[in-house]
Design a protein around this ligand. Structure first.
Ligand code: PBG
Length: 346
């Protein structure tokens, strides 16, 4: 017989091994007999402070347009967004993640660093109305470029890594200038964290943290988001910059690189299908780790629940528990307010 191992492959100590095989004296069910005792021995506890709610902001007034593939999620103008921000603030969740849908797009995504762009204005409005609410801004070009890619293109249509860095840093800087608490680059260009750190530091934003979408896969689970953010690429896909879903070790490499370049918080995205990666990155780096339960994960649970095929509330809490159990310290989730309400009730 092989040596008994714990779930993560480390050998168990003799003392831990001793009781195994001790039936009928050892009965794991003793600790499952009542809600009170299950609560006592629970290993993973959720807290609303760990949830981050994504918000999609567009110019205009009085706009709340529902996203078809994400029931319960809408694009809003700033006045409407403030109602969601108020709910987030009251619910005591960790923060909001802001995405902008601009009126105009061009080849280089120049509306991304416009002083009065939707994200910049949303940050100012939240900081004015709910200064305690943490604002995190998504830094990427795909919502702002006419072609929908996460960077500028070369003549041959490739995404030009090094030319994109300058533009991403400009965008991050404009978010910081508007008052963003944290900037979160999601583009997956090489070297963007270091470039952005320098740009922020040189402009005096030495205390603005960077939450890096360090380990971001080229995933089918982003489908509904692209409707929400109007960021579907007009040609090709994102596989030359986002990661191959088959690779886990490469995720550790990406995580280490971003840390070395100055990232403060790392992210794994998507979450549910990448729990092994979350665990591996957490163990390897030990730094604050975020996981993004993306639009497709949300849509699957919502859609099945709407059809009565699963219990939506339980599936929601179970999915968030699993992501946390795997090693995520915080979770970006479209369920943030609903999950906070469930925790409130308990
Ligand atoms: C932008 C970005 C994406 C998501 C977050 N930031 C889409 C993409 O990379 O195509 C996905 C979020 C979600 O699906 O909920 N680069």
């Amino acid at each position: 017989m092989s040596t008994p191992q714990t779930f993560d492959g480390t050998e168990t100590r003799a003392a831990d091994r001793a009781p195994l095989g001790g039936f009928p004296r050892v009965r794991p069910r003793r600790l499952r007999g009542s809600d009170a005792i299950r609560r006592l021995v629970r290993e993973t506890r959720l807290h609303e402070a760990q949830f981050i709610l994504p918000l999609f902001v567009r110019p205009g007034v009085g706009i709340r347009s529902p996203i078809g593939s994400m029931p319960g999620v809408s694009q809003t103008s700033i006045d409407e967004m403030l109602r969601d921000a108020e709910a987030a603030s009251k619910a005591g969740i960790g923060g909001v993640l802001l995405f902008g849908i601009p009126d105009t797009k061009d080849e280089i995504g120049s509306s991304g660093w416009h002083e009065h762009g939707p994200v910049q204005e949303a940050v100012r409005a939240i900081k004015r109305e709910f200064p305690q609410l943490l604002t995190i801004t998504d830094v990427c070009m795909c919502e702002y470029t006419s072609h929908g890619h996460c960077g500028v293109l070369t003549a041959s249509g490739d995404v030009d890594n090094d030319a994109t860095l300058e533009l991403l840093s400009r965008e991050a800087l404009s978010h910081a200038e508007a008052g963003a608490d944290i900037v979160a680059p999601s583009d997956m260009m090489d070297g963007r964290i270091g470039h952005m750190r320098d740009a922020l530091d040189n402009a005096g934003f030495t205390n603005t943290p960077i939450m890096s979408y360090a380990v971001k896969y080229a995933s089918a689970f982003y489908g509904p988001f692209r409707e929400a953010a109007e960021s579907t690429p007009t040609f090709g896909d994102r596989r030359s910059y986002q990661m191959d879903p088959a690779n886990a070790l490469e995720g550790i490499k990406e995580a280490r690189l971003d840390l070395a370049e100055g990232a403060d918080i790392l992210m794994v995205k998507p979450a549910g299908a990448y729990l092994d990666v979350i665990q591996a990155v957490k163990r390897d780096t030990g730094v604050p780790l975020c996981a993004y339960q993306v639009s497709g994960e949300f849509a699957m649970i919502r859609a099945a629940a709407e059809r009565g095929w699963i219990d939506g509330e339980r599936a929601m809490m179970e999915s968030l528990t699993a992501i946390t159990r795997a090693g995520a310290d915080m979770v970006i989730t479209y369920f943030a307010l609903e999950a906070a309400a469930v925790l409130q009730r308990r």
